[in-house]
Design a protein. Structure first.
Length: 610
């Protein structure tokens, strides 16, 4: 693991030992090289290999950067990390934080001006990298992870009950909160400015959707392909590069373009499962044959899962319940053993081009809003809800269910099938715990993001929502942390600025055509990808967690022991845990297995971190 950490303000003794204690959390998994600066009032450390990290010391300021930053202005395009840092420092002296607008790629940045008691912290536009911080009475502490931050003696580590509730709701802790009450996390496209004890967090970039353009697939295909080629050329500029390959449209596109870019078959890596309904290896093989890649496969077993879970619980600095972290880790580990040093991931395609199945569902529900209000209330709803005996008719029951969902406003309608809401919060959490939280907070967070989107159309508002909650808070930490655990660098071509900017300007009706997901993406690549992959339903590296919890004794025992330990924390009702393990998991493994998994990972996080 790599990144930045440090502090400004206050008097920390012994400073060198404290900084070293923080930085060890950035280097413990991959033994990254460490650079540092220390004086009486500030300290800064950067961990990472030379291509991805740098500290620039110009006497007055320290600038620490980690990631794959690029600089672009009217005069230059820079990719060397030191050149990028120096260009940023020069621009910062002239225009301040506005210089962040010229930074591209993924990065975490910390600039400390000791003479002025001033600091600037920032992460990239999409949120590939992370930064956590905490204000103290006399200064500011920061780190790429909560573990690094928490190693500082002045750091407070009280677990926030609200964040625990949000975790069970979302299966991750959404920003800007963290699992600790007094620690915060920078969100995608944001920076923090600290000066003389005053702290301000502001946005420097936001997805700016253009919804006034029109045209067909043919009109937009050429600039789309150019954006893809530019993204692949940028991210394959690395020795021993490989790619995740699930057999979906995103990973297959990347593998194919990578083969063209490098002039030889890409090295591709896939994970399979010996479980009915979960193994999609044949699609990965199909893509590999089509693009003549050098393909590698590994079938994850339940024993692999039991072996990996403790390490995965340790690498995440807050509870994380996405079970597909397991196959991601084994895929990265397989590539590392094969000599690959960077993997390309296909994350972002769904959130940029309309690929999640819920988009089609929400489109169908939104059609009811177009029916005249008088017709809905005086005829349709009167017929469906108030006709005696109508509930005995299957068609009426179906219509009633549709209308009940359609009447829920967005984004609350998005969460109609949320697992916690369906189970009932009072059935899951103890009364004492619920008395300390705001159950409406998760929806409030979603509503704030939904309404803050620079978009009027339903599809683009949903994309803005998922760019935060699905991508930045969930899928990107899943992939980056698992690659760090495996000692693997990772890049995301579909999140390159050229592709993101193209997506923002693509007409909404081309992203979702009726209920056709990723309409433009698939049509534009119809002569490039195999037909079977164009037509396949979305799946990915999903783990058969429920089935294996039901059938594999060691995994079931690990989960059972974890949940028994969780009982002592007075968070989850004892009766719910007992019924979850003894009854629900046996009768509905797929459905209740998800809850077992997220509660198991919560308890293991407590044991490893709190």
């Amino acid at each position: 693991m790599s990144g930045v950490c440090g502090w400004i303000g206050g008097h920390t003794e012994p400073a060198e030992e404290t900084l070293r204690g923080m930085a060890v959390h950035l280097t413990r998994f991959d033994a990254s090289a460490l650079s540092q600066r220390i004086d009486a009032s500030a300290s800064l450390a950067v961990a990472g290999e030379s291509k991805t990290s740098r500290i620039i010391d110009n006497g007055e300021q320290w600038l620490g950067v980690y990631g794959h930053p690029r600089w672009e202005d009217s005069n230059s395009r820079l990719t060397d990390v030191e050149a990028v840092c120096r260009a940023f420092l020069k621009a910062y002296r002239s225009v301040g934080a506005s210089a962040l607008g010229n930074l591209q790629g993924d990065f975490v940045l910390a600039l400390i001006d000791r003479n002025r008691d001033e600091a600037l912290l920032a992460i990239d536009r999409i949120g590939v990298r992370s930064l956590t911080y905490q204000e103290c009475a006399d200064g500011l502490i920061f780190g790429s992870t909560a573990d690094a931050l928490s190693a500082h003696p002045r750091c407070r580590r009280e677990v926030a009950n609200q964040s625990l509730y949000n975790y069970v709701y979302f299966h991750m802790v959404p920003g800007p909160a963290t699992i600790f009450r007094d620690q915060r996390r920078l969100q995608a496209g944001h920076y923090l400015h600290y000066k003389g004890g005053r702290l301000v967090v502001q946005r420097y970039w936001q997805m700016a959707f253009v919804e006034t353009r029109h045209g067909d697939v043919a009109h937009f295909k050429a600039p789309f392909m150019q954006a893809l080629r530019e993204s692949i050329a940028t991210t394959t500029d690395y020795e021993q590069c490989g790619a995740f390959l699930s057999g979906g449209t995103d990973s297959s596109t990347i593998a194919g373009l990578m083969s063209i870019q490098t002039g030889q078959g890409a090295r591709t890596y896939s994970i399979g499962f010996d479980a009915t309904g979960f193994d999609e290896m044949e699609y990965a093989r199909l893509a590999s044959r089509h693009f003549k890649t050098e393909h590698h496969e590994y079938y994850v077993t339940p024993d692999d899962v039991v072996q990996a879970i403790p390490a995965i619980a340790e690498v995440y600095d807050q509870p994380f319940g996405n079970a597909s972290a397991i196959p991601t880790y084994f895929c990265a580990r397989m590539a590392k053993a094969d000599g690959v040093s960077r993997l390309l991931g296909g994350d972002g395609g769904d959130e940029l081009f309309g690929g999640n199945s819920r988009y089609a569902k929400q489109y169908q529900l939104s059609l009811y809003e177009k029916v005249p209000l008088a017709l809905r209330r005086k005829l349709i709803e009167k017929l469906v809800f108030h006709t005696p005996g109508a509930e005995r008719l299957a068609l009426i029951r179906k219509a009633r269910s549709y209308i009940e969902q359609a009447l829920v406003p967005m984004p609350a309608r998005y969460e109609t099938y949320n697992l916690l809401e369906r189970l009932g919060r009072a059935n899951v959490f103890t009364a004492d715990f619920l008395a300390t939280v705001d159950p409406g907070r998760p929806l409030a967070l979603m509503t704030e993001t939904y309404q803050d989107a620079h978009a009027e159309t339903l599809i683009n508002r949903m994309l803005a929502l998922d760019l935060q909650f699905t991508l930045a808070d969930n899928d990107l930490p899943k992939v980056t942390r698992m690659c760090e655990l495996a000692g693997m660098d990772v890049a995301f071509p579909l999140l390159h600025e050229s592709v993101v900017d193209f997506s923002a300007s693509l007409p909404p009706e081309l992203k979702l055509r009726g209920t056709k997901l990723r309409y433009f993406f698939k049509e534009a690549l119809r002569d490039f990808l195999p037909t079977e992959i164009i037509k396949k339903e979305k799946h990915g590296f999903g783990l058969p967690a429920g089935a294996w919890l039901q059938s594999h004794a060691p995994l079931r025992d690990l989960a059972g022991d974890s949940l028994q330990s969780l009982k002592t924390r007075n968070i989850i009702r004892t009766e719910f845990i007992d019924s979850l393990l003894s009854d629900h998991l046996q009768t509905h493994a797929g459905y209740y297995g998800t809850m077992v998994w997220i509660l198991m990972m919560m308890e293991l996080w407590f044991q490893k971190h709190a």
